[in-house]
Design a protein. Structure first.
Length: 183
């Protein structure tokens, strides 16, 4: 069973987005030796017996009865078969010497995605890459690391990801500082 539920775990009408929940006999009982995570992700089924699994995915039913996927509630991405939490990479970058703040994004075309890490501070790219490699699996170390003077914000105070440069357009593998246009 697949349900699209709102934040109160009520069914969303057709055409309205909500979190995807999965139920039925094939759903696991929980995470091995991770009781806290199990309690947050496996919830009682308000529509019948058993439990539902909170997928963390956003979707909606369309008028044709097709379930449309609309992204994730978190910043989890899938890259080359690995599920990656971008915030985990950002925390690792922020813990490296010389990094003041960081942002990690998935970039590229549909068939050639890659991770791009942006940071402020005086960290050297090679030292930063070594620091990340010592604490993260290789598939989580961003392909490109770019230092920026500061992160641009929208009028609402959120990071304006559209102002971050595409590392491939700047010259792949080049360690360079980038400053976005001001006007």
């Amino acid at each position: 069973q697949v349900y699209v539920l709102d934040t109160n775990r009520c069914l969303c009408p057709v055409g309205v987005s909500g979190e995807l929940y999965i139920g039925g006999s094939g759903v696991a009982r929980g995470y091995l030796r991770r009781d806290e995570l199990t309690l947050s992700r496996f919830v009682s089924n308000p529509f019948g017996e058993g439990r539902l699994y909170r997928t963390g995915d956003i979707g909606r039913w369309n008028l044709d009865g097709v379930l449309e996927f609309h992204g994730r509630l978190d910043n989890q991405v899938k890259l080359r078969g690995y599920r990656i939490e971008l915030e985990e990479i950002e925390r690792a970058m922020d813990g490296c010497p010389g990094v003041e703040s960081s942002v990690v994004m998935i970039r590229g075309e549909e068939d050639s995605h890659y991770l791009a890490g942006y940071y402020t501070g005086e960290a050297d790219e090679d030292e930063l890459r070594a620091c990340l490699g010592s604490g993260l699996p290789s598939y989580m170390v961003p392909t490109y690391l770019l230092r920026v003077k500061q992160f641009k914000l929208t009028v609402n105070g959120k990071l304006d990801k559209g102002t971050l440069p595409d590392p491939v357009e700047l010259g792949a593998g080049q360690s360079q500082e980038y400053e976005a246009a001001r006007t």
